[in-house]
Ligand binder design. Structure first.
Ligand SMILES: Cc1cc2nc3c(=O)[nH]c(=O)nc-3n(C[C@H](O)[C@H](O)[C@H](O)COP(=O)(O)OP(=O)(O)OC[C@H]3O[C@@H](n4cnc5c(N)ncnc54)[C@H](O)[C@@H]3O)c2cc1C
Ligand code: SF4
Length: 285
């Protein structure tokens, strides 16, 4: 179906938006990821539902509306530092002004084979073209079937911060929102068809930080992103750019279990360096 045959609906209420998405329409928030995918034929839809006016937006204590933009988050003192910094270091100012946190968690992989429409494992095929091909920006964990590197900086921060995602039908700990693709289920986001993210609950840590290594200083996806959050004596670590999903690391020793590809071994060294700095940054006193 060509883009010109698409219908766009603008629901007047959240209930209407939920009903439209449940009926098979595709949620459109800032459109920064979805519109290029529709243009390139990687996502197909008959109807788009503009959910921006319907979704909760803004920050109230630990609750963040799914329609809150990354720009809103990076500016808010109410938001834990790791999430603020992850948003500030993502994309460009223009994209952060449009892109919502809900859409960011649902964004598609940046793997160039996938984006070029190669019939790879994530597209439902039987092989990963990146493993034997160009994979400098790919994964060092969980990369047996699909070696893509999850692109979301905020998701790594939310993982460290132990956030919970509220949808129109349930509450999901962020660690369960993402799953490695399997033969039976290729989608890395564990939302049901038509399930809409409405808000996030983000506990306030005692200290948190997000550090990101990029090919250039601004406007690049993470080669490695490291979030650390300390709750009392416990430090949680979330990594971006290292696995097909945001990666929870039990501790620095977890890096010894990395399974890098020939072209991604350098990421283990970067992760080790960032982890050391992140742990120092959240250490008490
Ligand atoms: C050039 C470029 C560079 C980027 N760099 C970075 C980066 O460095 N770091 C980073 O983290 N991100 C980066 N991004 C990703 C960007 O942050 C996301 O595209 C953006 O946050 C998506 O939000 P959106 O509101 O525009 O989503 P949309 O494009 O509107 O939607 C994206 C997907 O989410 C679904 N969706 C939207 N809202 C909801 C909801 N509430 N519930 C369920 N599903 C929903 C849509 O149906 C669609 O499938 C970059 C993007 C681009 C284009
Ligand atoms: S890394 Fe994943 S998305 Fe990329 S080619 Fe391999 S299976 Fe496809």
């Amino acid at each position: 179906m060509s883009a010109s045959e698409l219908s766009l609906v603008r629901p007047a209420s959240l209930a209407e938006a939920v009903a439209q998405v449940e009926n098979g329409a595709r949620a459109l928030a800032g459109g920064t990821d979805l519109v290029p995918l529709l243009r390139d034929g990687l996502v197909r839809a008959d109807t788009l539902v503009d959910v921006r006016a319907a979704l909760p937006r803004g920050i109230q204590g630990t609750r963040i509306g799914a329609g809150t933009t990354l720009a809103d988050l990076e500016r808010s003192e109410e938001v834990p530092r790791a999430l603020r910094e992850a948003c500030r270091l993502a994309a460009s100012p223009q994209l952060r002004n449009m892109g919502t946190i809900g859409g960011n968690l649902r964004q598609a992989t940046r793997c160039w084979y996938w984006r070029l429409g190669f019939p790879c494992f994530l597209h439902g095929g039987d092989r990963c073209h990146a493993r034997a091909g160009e994979h400098r920006e790919h994964a060092i964990f969980g990369n047996e079937r699909c070696a893509s590197a999850h692109p979301s900086d905020p998701a790594a921060a939310l993982l460290a911060l132990c956030a919970t995602v509220e949808t129109d039908r349930r509450a999901i700990p962020i660690v369960e929102l993402f799953r490695l693709p399997t033969d039976d289920e290729r989608d890395v986001v564990a939302l049901e068809p038509g399930e809409l993210i409405l808000s996030l609950d983000v506990p306030a840590p005692d200290a948190s930080v997000y550090l990101k290594a990029m090919d250039r200083r601004r406007f690049a996806f993470a080669l490695v992103g490291v979030a650390a959050a300390r709750f009392g004596g416990e430090v949680r670590l979330g990594l971006a750019g290292v696995a097909p999903i945001p990666w929870l690391l039990a501790g620095p020793e977890g890096l010894d279990e990395a399974t890098p590809l020939p072209g991604t071994a350098y990421k283990v060294q970067i992760a080790r360096a960032l982890l050391g700095r992140a742990l120092d940054a959240v250490a008490p006193g």
